[in-house]
Design a protein around this ligand. Structure first.
Ligand code: IPM
Ligand code: MN
Length: 359
């Protein structure tokens, strides 16, 4: 077997980040030993931990390590001690600057209803069963990065939501290409009945769909999409949307699979890729070994897929499904909490399940 080597920037971050990342690394190493891959792990600080140690949320060294790595694996960012909105230095700035600097314009958030977890969803089983969708969220533009400020003696605040055609085109293209490998449907989620930027999204989408006549398309206004997501999640295949709408509907979509602790994500650009769980830093669980590591582990699977190690990615996804069927579940996924496994036990179970040869 030819030996492969990848350099991975590992940013454990804040709260439960270090714990879930440790389990993802455990699983990566197990995949590495099966496929003869060496992962050179370069740990670096970002978020509150970086503010505490270096006074900035994204130190230069961290930036450098991420730029030079083949991929970035991130835990979570955020700490209640920096929640005060009047603070000028905040952990989240690190993540936003990193996304921008690495050019990660395309955030991919797959959501599926696992049969083993159907009972956990607050939604009725018949609505959720079989749901399998992926959100393509624009990540480096829109209202997150528009001009913002205060005027009139601090009595007025504004955030500008603007999009260039090229910013829309590049993510819509990836959404169409993803649809071709799935169930061939792309839904544009926007607010084109009100917002000019959404009307530009529609124009670009309509022009581009002519090149993908094999893909079905539709539009859903974001308010209606929020409702459809709960009432009929199976109607979606690929969703493409702007930064803020994608942020909101992806948290909403997590309800479908029963726990935010299950959702992985990939943030992709022309040259770089960053992989992180959708969940936040969950500070009240930090250090207790109770957090669900599956979103981080599934993010590592997305990372392997991006690096061209499809077999390893599939193996992790199968091992995760196996562990859920065998009830190796953290407390967020347990109806009877007394049967819950710890974060490290779940990571160990996934790593062990990997080593079992596929029948
Ligand atoms: C996410 C998070 C971030 C975002 C925050 C932490 C800046 O909510 O990745 O969804 O809003 O993009
Ligand atoms: Mn979010």
């Amino acid at each position: 077997m030819i030996e492969k080597k990848f350099t991975i920037a590992v940013l454990p971050g804040d709260g439960i980040g270090p714990e879930v990342v440790a389990e993802a690394v455990k699983v990566l190493k197990a995949v590495g030993s099966i496929h003869n891959i060496t992962f050179e792990l370069k740990y670096a600080d970002m978020g509150a931990v970086a503010i505490d140690k270096h006074s900035v949320p994204l130190p230069k060294d961290t930036m450098q390590i991420c730029m030079e790595a083949d991929a970035v694996l991130l835990g979570a960012i955020g700490d209640p001690k920096y929640d005060d909105p009047s603070l000028t230095v905040r952990p989240e700035q690190g993540l936003l600057s990193l996304r921008k600097a690495l050019g990660l314009f395309c955030n991919v958030r797959p959501v599926r209803a696992y049969d083993a977890l159907l009972e956990l969803s607050p939604l009725k089983r018949e609505y959720v069963s079989g749901a399998d969708l992926v959100i393509y969220r624009e990540l480096t533009g829109g209202i997150y990065f528009g001009e913002q400020g205060r005027k009139h003696n601090n009595t007025y605040a504004y955030d500008v939501c603007g999009y260039h055609i090229h910013e829309i085109e590049r993510i819509v293209k990836l959404a169409f290409e993803a649809a071709r490998l799935r169930r061939s449907k792309v839904t544009l989620v926007d607010k084109a009945n009100v917002l000019e930027s959404s009307r530009l999204w529609r124009e670009v989408f309509n022009t581009m769909k002519k090149e993908y006549t094999d893909v079905n398309t539709d539009y859903v206004l974001v308010d209606n999409a929020a409702m459809q997501m709960i009432q009929n999640p199976s109607s979606f295949d690929v969703i493409v949307t702007s930064n803020i709408f994608g942020d909101i509907i992806s948290d909403e979509a997590s309800v479908i699979c029963g726990s935010l602790g299950m959702l992985p994500s990939a943030s992709l650009g022309e040259e770089h890729g960053l992989f992180e769980p959708v969940h936040g830093s969950y500070p009240s669980a930090a250090g207790k070994n109770i957090a669900n590591p599956l979103a981080a582990i599934l993010s590592a699977a997305l990372m392997l897929r991006h690096l061209g190690v499809e077999a390893g990615a599939l193996q992790i996804e199968e091992a995760v499904a196996h562990c859920m069927e065998e009830s190796f579940l953290t407390e967020d996924l347990c109806i009877d909490k007394s049967k819950a496994c710890s974060c490290s036990e779940v990571g160990e179970a996934v790593a062990t399940a990997l080593r079992v040869p596929v029948q």
